[in-house]
Design a binder for this molecule. Structure first.
Ligand SMILES: [Zn+2]
Length: 426
């Protein structure tokens, strides 16, 4: 029986402290990777880990690995972690809850001088949300070898700077790995993918970001599968003209066409029998965006998610065909460009079964569920056995300032993570 216990006050303290590292105080947490607030959050976390005697390793992408002081060379490592970056005006728990819980596990193991069959590391994955470069899970994609050197130049921020340029502009050597005068070199890049032969497994604890646990009253979610997604960028181009002088019959209005296309996409996806497929248009630009000019050009993102890849493709193909038909009927041009995609994933059955056994033993109400959101764990799951645990999100809200979870659920999730880690460490 495990006698060690995490320090729940310390966990909540850390979370509350890290909540203050935001660019938008009072309006949720805005903490993009590589920003000044990111540096402050990193300093706080690294400081705690160092006080616990952990070894700190930061790679060129700025992913952080914090190794337990009793880790021994030649033993495989169990990894727990998540991300600390947020969307704009996001919540205070997305990502950082998993990091603080992994840190709490590290601190607890450290103060108990724990040494098991396996090593333990708490990990901070960089640039998960895609807030800078529009590509999610960037840090873990480099770790898993899905991204390579090319992506350093291909990924660009709204200000035109590439990922490589942003990484080369970092100066705080306490919390970032600063490239030499020649920039990021071949060695830096070669060392980005992990040696997965040395990784036993990974566990990520995260808030649910949806309403299922909050509605059901269950306190833990053990994740079976993670939704995949396909994202396209649609451009519709019509003719800009005077909003008063152009009769309705002679308009080629790009925004009206886009509006019809978006509603049609919803209608197509709502026809899904098991009602789990989702479609979202979350980003749109209108030109010239003037109240008295007929919109000439509209660009928008459109993404479809499900746990069944064939279904994602089926829906996306129907949506693209519908967009083309609508464009044709409204005499606007359109292009649909593939932006990104990620495959649905089934997580490790052995880990999930271990979690189920642990939850049953502790008497905590739990459910097996799928994750509609994609997480760093997905990238690692391509390489080693990976598990995920959810705690409830109040009213299912996330990526908004209202994002919250009851303190007792935050503590229960971290205790559960600790239990799972201890079981796995042997
Ligand atoms: Zn997250």
């Amino acid at each position: 029986m495990n006698k060690m216990r995490i320090n729940s006050e310390r966990l909540l303290d850390n979370l509350n402290k890290l909540k203050t590292f935001t660019d938008t105080p009072g309006e949720g947490v805005t903490r993009f990777s590589y920003s000044a607030k990111d540096a402050e959050a990193r300093a706080y976390i690294i400081d705690r880990a160092e006080k616990a005697g952990a070894s700190i390793h930061i790679d060129a992408l700025q992913n952080i690995r914090m190794g337990l002081k009793t880790n021994r060379p030649g033993h495989k490592t169990l990894v727990a972690g998540s991300h600390i970056d947020t969307v704009r005006n996001g919540g205070w728990l997305d990502g950082i809850y998993g990091v603080c819980s992994a840190l709490e596990v590290l601190e607890t193991l450290s103060e108990n001088d724990f040494s098991g069959e396996y090593n333990f590391e708490a990990v901070v994955f960089a640039e998960e949300e895609g807030s800078n470069f529009g590509s999610t899970m960037t840090g873990s994609k480099f770790i898993a070898g899905i991204y390579n050197e090319e992506n350093l130049d291909k990924l660009t921020r709204d200000d035109g700077l590439s990922l490589r340029q942003v990484l080369c502009s970092l100066t705080d050597s306490r919390v970032y790995s600063i490239p030499g005068p020649g920039g990021i070199n071949a060695e830096d890049i070669e060392s980005l993918p992990w040696d997965f032969s040395q990784i036993k497994a990974m566990v990520e604890l995260h808030i649910e970001q949806g309403p299922i646990l909050d509605k059901s009253g269950e306190r833990l979610g053990i994740i079976d599968s993670i939704f995949g997604m396909r994202v396209i960028e649609v451009v519709m181009e019509g003719v800009g003209n005077h909003a008063g002088a152009t009769p309705m019959s002679q308009r080629q209005d790009a925004l009206s066409a886009a509006a019809e296309a978006i509603l049609k996409a919803e209608e197509i996806v709502r026809s899904d029998e098991d009602r789990r497929t989702v479609v979202t248009v979350g980003k749109m630009e209108i030109a010239p965006n003037c109240s008295n000019v007929i919109p000439e050009k509209v660009c928008f993102s459109l993404e479809v998610r499900d746990k069944d890849e064939a279904k994602i493709n089926r829906f996306m193909d129907r949506i693209i065909a519908a967009i083309r038909d609508i464009a044709k009927a409204r005499k606007v041009s359109c292009s649909c460009r593939e932006h990104s995609h990620s495959l649905p994933l089934h997580l490790d059955d052995r880990l999930a079964q271990g979690m189920k056994n642990a939850a049953e033993k502790s008497g905590i109400p739990f459910r097996y569920m799928d994750s509609g959101a994609v997480h760093d764990a997905c990238m690692i799951a391509y390489k080693v056995p990976t598990g995920m645990i959810f705690v409830p999100s109040i009213n299912g809200r996330s990526h908004v300032p209202e994002e919250d979870t009851k303190p007792e659920d935050l503590v229960a999730g971290a205790e559960f993570l600790f239990e799972i880690v201890c079981r796995e460490l042997g």
